[in-house]
Design a protein around this ligand. Structure first.
Ligand code: ADP
Ligand code: MG
Length: 690
């Protein structure tokens, strides 16, 4: 069998120029071409009666030319009316030649393909493809649906079709092998590879287009399965490889942890204790821990992380805590300082904004080991950062880091052949089966319990036409000594526009609520300014904090018991749940007002209802899966996986248990096939030596 690495230049007609264009689409090998699925399909397999056309259809029609009319206005236009007995259709041309006009003369029979749109008088096609036909001996229609591929300049659909045709032939003759053994496929009811690819690239005329577009045919599912399997295998292999690495044994005498627990103003929940024990046992091994701790907002992940940090420090090693944003990192720094300073530990701080002498000082502390703990952003892993003895890396809010970044961090932390332990913390609740596949390189711990005494946040949805009432509620709450958040959302990607909108809202609210102290935080403020305003809010020197979604994670102000979220319909459920988690942190009953803009779509209404009905992140995630279009809960941004080409982790999640099972079987009985599958589907060097 020839391996998947057959280059595209092996195909007829592919020279250096075409190869270069294909490369722009990420197509280097013949198998890349086969796994470059069509975006959509055209149906040229039947001639449709004109009378049955609807605007928006793309169709083949055939009719007799009844009228050919040249209109000379400011812009010349040529209109041709054709009819097939069931109805009439106008063909409209802005560019045309005398030769074309001579061809489409009255009485000729023409076959056209194009998109139907509503014209001034009748339905029309603008610049359709057309050819004359002999009504007595009509040319045959296409035998399969016509694939339309994602393409690039200088690469025609025709040429992609021609190349995929050749590639399909290589697949049928076994040159592109099917790596999934029949005993594995048969019970799943999935067809062999060659058949599946032929179907996806050239669907037969009888397919239902809606089902096809939804990826629901077994042939499509076969590719979905193979792709999920390949990604899962790659993560499994990464994990196996990581387990072979050496790591420092972080046993520790428990002295610092005991001291911490004596100072804790609360008892740890059973879930916290269980996860702390899981971490403690991982850290004592001489292979690097690779564990993700998942827990809903407010479940108390920080104190769990502090335990792991102390275990590393007790054992004579350093620990770093890294967060994806400056604001979140600052919150961590403050929290860790709160716990660690009384134990006599200094916390070094490093972010992109720490520069000059302060940065040098922090670097010196880390290199000499006088700082046992460091908190910061990506800046912690710049080239010139050296550690004395790094034992543990904690990454918060994993979903913003992909598997590559995770690996890069691990490599950076490697010292004399030993790798630091990695702990990843996330508040994004991901159903277990999804997590097992998307993060198959990690072990999973779940803190599935909130500390006692929390009053659930009461959530109310109301239209923004009742804004005045909402302002009065803010007045009443803050007048009574509470604090409130007002969160501004904006669809615009631009951070500048978001900040501008928040500024306007803050100004308006300050005017409407003159007796309150209103402050504003957004992503464009200087770090020191932002920190000062947050500190003032935390200290109670500010009543109402207007903010963009920068406060999504990490902010902890127990006296804040009211949150207004403007236009919640623009945000995902998981994000709304995170935002709402900023209130309900004290013992007071808290309220979250979702101030939406009418009219709400059916789906938006249902999503806001989920939030009103539940405070449980895992339940919300489950409902989110049911309500949302595929891919939103686990956008690629949020998974450990790279871009998927055909599969959709959410839509196709029912396969995941079988994927895991198939992976076991392949790794055990067909390791070479497992490697070949990874090479086929998961590009990248890191998997090269699997
Ligand atoms: P998250 O999991 O969202 O990061 P935090 O670690 O910020 O949650 O904890 C939220 C709040 O709960 C903090 O004020 C923390 O001190 C407090 N907390 C943590 N564990 C407990 C507990 N077992 N009992 C009571 N309060 C706790
Ligand atoms: Mg947290």
């Amino acid at each position: 069998m020839i391996d998947a690495a057959l280059p595209v230049t092996a195909l007829k007609g592919v020279g250096p120029r075409l190869a270069e264009r294909l490369q722009r689409l990420g197509i280097h090998h013949v198998h890349d071409l086969l796994f470059h699925p069509p975006l959509r399909y055209q149906d040229r397999t039947r001639v449709v009666p004109i009378g049955g056309l609807r605007p928006g259809d793309e169709a083949v029609v055939q009719g007799r030319v009844e009228l050919s009319d040249l209109q000379r206005g400011r812009r010349a236009m040529w209109l041709v009316r054709i009819s097939d007995g069931s109805g009439a259709l106008t063909l409209r041309f802005f560019h045309f030649s005398a030769a074309m006009r001579a061809t489409l003369a009255r009485g000729a029979t023409v076959r056209c393909f194009g998109e139907v749109r509503r014209g001034a008088a009748a339905l029309e096609m603008v610049h359709p493809e057309f050819r004359l036909v002999d009504p007595e001996a009509p040319v045959p229609v296409e035998a399969a649906l016509t694939p339309i591929y994602p393409t690039t300049e200088g690469l025609s659909q025709q040429s992609l079709r021609n190349l995929t045709e050749q590639a399909l032939a290589l697949c049928s003759d076994g040159t592109i092998p099917d790596w999934l053994p029949t005993p594995l496929l048969a019970p799943l009811g999935l067809p062999p590879l060659a058949e599946a690819l032929r179907f996806v690239h050239r669907p037969p005329p009888e397919v239902e287009r809606a089902r096809l577009q939804a990826g629901a045919y077994p042939a499509q599912q076969r590719l979905v399965f193979e792709e999920l399997l390949a990604h899962h295998l790659s993560l499994r292999i990464l994990r196996a490889r990581a387990h072979r690495h050496q790591a420092p044994v972080l046993r520790g005498d428990g002295a610092l942890r005991t001291a911490l627990q004596q100072r804790l103003p609360f008892a740890l929940t059973a879930a916290q204790q269980r996860v702390i024990a899981e971490l403690a046992s991982d850290l004592q091994r001489d292979h690097p821990m690779q564990r993700m701790v998942q827990g809903d907002v407010g479940c108390g992940k920080t104190v769990v992380a502090v335990h792991a940090v102390l275990q590393a420090v007790e054992a004579g090693y350093q620990a770093v805590v890294m967060a994806p944003t400056e604001l979140l990192a600052e919150q961590h720094r403050d929290n860790f300082q709160l716990w660690l300073t009384p134990l006599g530990l200094e916390v070094a701080w490093l972010s992109g904004r720490v520069k000059g002498r302060r940065r040098e000082a922090a670097l010196a502390q880390l290199a000499s080991g006088t700082a046992r703990v460091a908190v910061g952003t990506h800046a912690l892993f710049q080239d010139d950062v050296r550690f004395h003895a790094l034992g543990l890396v904690i990454i918060d809010e994993q979903h913003r880091f992909g598997v590559h970044q995770r690996l890069a961090l691990r490599e950076k932390g490697c010292h004399q052949g030993r790798y630091p332990h990695q702990l990843i913390m996330t508040a994004t609740p991901i159903p277990r089966s999804l997590a097992m596949t998307a993060y198959a390189d990690l072990d999973l711990s779940v803190i599935d319990e909130l500390p006692p005494g929390r009053t659930p946040v009461e959530t109310v949805a109301l239209p923004d036409s009742r804004r005045d009432e909402v302002v009065e509620r803010v007045r009443a709450a803050c007048g009574g000594g509470r604090q409130a958040y007002w969160v501004c959302t904006l669809i615009e990607e631009s951070e500048a526009l978001q900040c501008q909108a928040a500024e306007q809202t803050a100004a308006l609210l300050a005017e409407q609520l003159p007796e309150l102290r209103v402050a504003l935080v957004h992503g464009r403020l200087k770090a020191s300014e932002k920190a000062a305003r947050m500190a003032a809010f935390k200290a109670g020197d500010c009543d109402l904090l207007v903010a963009t979604t920068v406060i999504e994670v990490g902010v902890d102000v127990p006296n804040a018991s009211l949150m207004i979220i403007e236009n919640p319909e623009r945000l995902g459920l998981a994000q709304l749940h995170q935002l709402r988690g900023r209130v309900g942190r004290g013992s007071r009953a808290s309220v979250c007002l979702l101030m939406y803009h009418s009219p709400l779509s059916e789906n938006a209404r249902a999503r806001l209802a989920v939030l009103r009905e539940s405070n449980d992140g895992f339940e919300i995630a489950r409902r989110d899966l049911e309500l949302r279009g595929p891919g939103e809960l686990l956008g690629t941004r949020q998974t450990g996986l790279q871009q998927l080409r055909i599969a959709d982790l959410v839509r196709d999640r029912d396969w995941l248990p079988q994927v895991a099972q198939a992976a076991d079987g392949l790794l055990r009985d067909h390791p070479a096939s497992a490697r070949a599958l990874i090479r086929r589907w998961v590009p990248g060097e890191i998997y090269g030596d699997v």
